[in-house]
Design a binder for this molecule. Structure first.
Ligand SMILES: *Cc1c(COP(=O)(O)O)cnc(C)c1O
Length: 379
């Protein structure tokens, strides 16, 4: 089955009760038993729920994995991966990481005795010098937020394999439409399904997908034992989102390309960060591991003026100023005052988050309207 068919039919079956084409929302916490243990495979909804199970099967299918797990948020999914570790274990991750992941690692798991190395990974061979006997996990995000750096998944996976270390890839920005990390050698794929997978800015959810049965059993144990699952209503919405992922992503990529190209020629724009440009430092890697380049774009304006950047995002009318990304509607954000405000100016500027940096999540509206909106806001 090809990807565009998998999003709709991958490991889905019609509901056995009445043949409903869409899985019903099984809004129940528990299931009747005829005798102790006499049930139809479902006992309690933290452990199993038919709507969530349909979604978990869809997750596994679209990422070319065997096992999918749904959580109450992206961070809950990452939290579950971290619980595979023990005090003394070490993790290698990028220095340009989603802020919430960085907070979870440093403010919670560091306190439990896990050591984190946040390093530049644009040159993947860099990773190997940080590997030692305690290294248990490499945590990668590509493209990164908000600088759109690209990390070579295949090379990172070969380093992980060589040293018997797990490789997890946060695939939130790319989605399986653009990039399938398990096929490139990763062990775990993670999503904030809040973003492109859900796709309509109407839910908060996380996902993990793996191929290996032993690893799946460990994650299933953690999912049930820690209990950060999502409810049946959100599972239904995410399933509905997945069915249009490929058509949405196609338009996100087309509009993203047009917006990136427009900004690159604008006289007030200094630099546009988008992996589709040939002068992007890892464009060739992006080209080899992604099908297209997505709808996430960051840019800076000439003079690097804080107030001017704030004014620009305030002036945008179709691009809504908001946190998050990946919905059908276009969003704008100002990382220095929003997502990265808690990071000291000097620190954030080292990774490129300067005062004039604006991040766009380009939606699937008419491209002419989007370009006109940017034109009037920058003018
Ligand atoms: C939003 C996001 C997360 C966290 O997901 P939540 O659903 O908000 O908990 C993790 N990684 C990336 C790249 C994200 O954009």
């Amino acid at each position: 089955m090809k990807f565009n068919t998998k999003t709709i039919h991958g490991r889905q079956k019609h509901d056995p009760a009445y043949g409903a084409v869409m899985p019903p929302i099984y809004q129940t916490s528990t299931y009747a038993q005829t005798t102790p243990g006499g049930h139809k495979g479902f006992e309690y909804s933290r452990t199993h729920n038919p709507t969530r199970q349909a979604l978990e099967n869809a997750f596994a299918s679209i990422e070319n994995g065997e096992f999918g797990f749904a959580f109450g948020s992206g961070l809950a999914a990452i939290d579950a991966v971290m619980k595979l570790l023990k005090p003394g274990d070490e993790v290698i991750s990028t220095n340009d990481l989603y802020g919430g992941s960085h907070r979870l690692f440093t403010k919670i798991f560091q306190g439990f005795g896990i050591k984190f190395h946040f390093i530049g990974m644009q040159n993947a061979s860099n990773i190997e010098s940080y590997v030692n006997d305690n290294t248990k996990l490499i945590w990668v995000e590509t493209p990164t937020n908000p600088m759109m750096n690209i990390i070579d998944i295949k090379t990172t996976a070969s380093i992980a394999k060589k040293h018997d270390v797990l490789l997890a890839v946060d695939n939130t920005f790319a989605t399986p439409y653009l990039q399938q990390p398990l096929d490139l050698g990763a062990d775990i794929v993670m999503h904030s399904a809040t973003k492109y997978i859900g796709g309509h800015s109407d839910l908060v959810m996380g996902a993990l997908i793996v191929k290996d049965k032993e690893l799946a059993e460990k994650l299933y144990f953690i999912q049930n034992a820690s209990g950060a699952v999502c409810g049946p209503q959100d599972s239904f919405l995410a399933l509905r989102g997945i069915k249009t992922l490929h058509v949405r992503m196609q338009r996100h990529c087309e509009n993203g390309k047009a917006v990136a190209e427009y900004l690159a020629t604008h006289p007030k724009v200094e630099k546009v960060y988008w992996p589709g440009f040939e002068d992007h430092p890892n464009h060739d890697i992006a080209k080899s591991q992604m099908k297209a380049f997505g709808g996430m774009i960051s840019f800076t304006t000439k003079g690097n003026n804080y107030e001017q950047a704030i004014k620009t995002v305030e002036n945008l009318k179709i691009f809504t100023l908001a946190e998050s990304l990946g919905g059908v509607e276009s969003l704008s954000g100002h990382p220095a005052s929003m997502t990265h405000a808690s990071i000291p100016k000097e620190e954030r500027e080292k990774t490129g988050v300067v005062d004039s940096l604006i991040r766009l999540s380009v939606g699937i509206e008419d491209i002419e309207d989007l370009i006109n909106d940017l034109k009037q806001a920058l003018g």
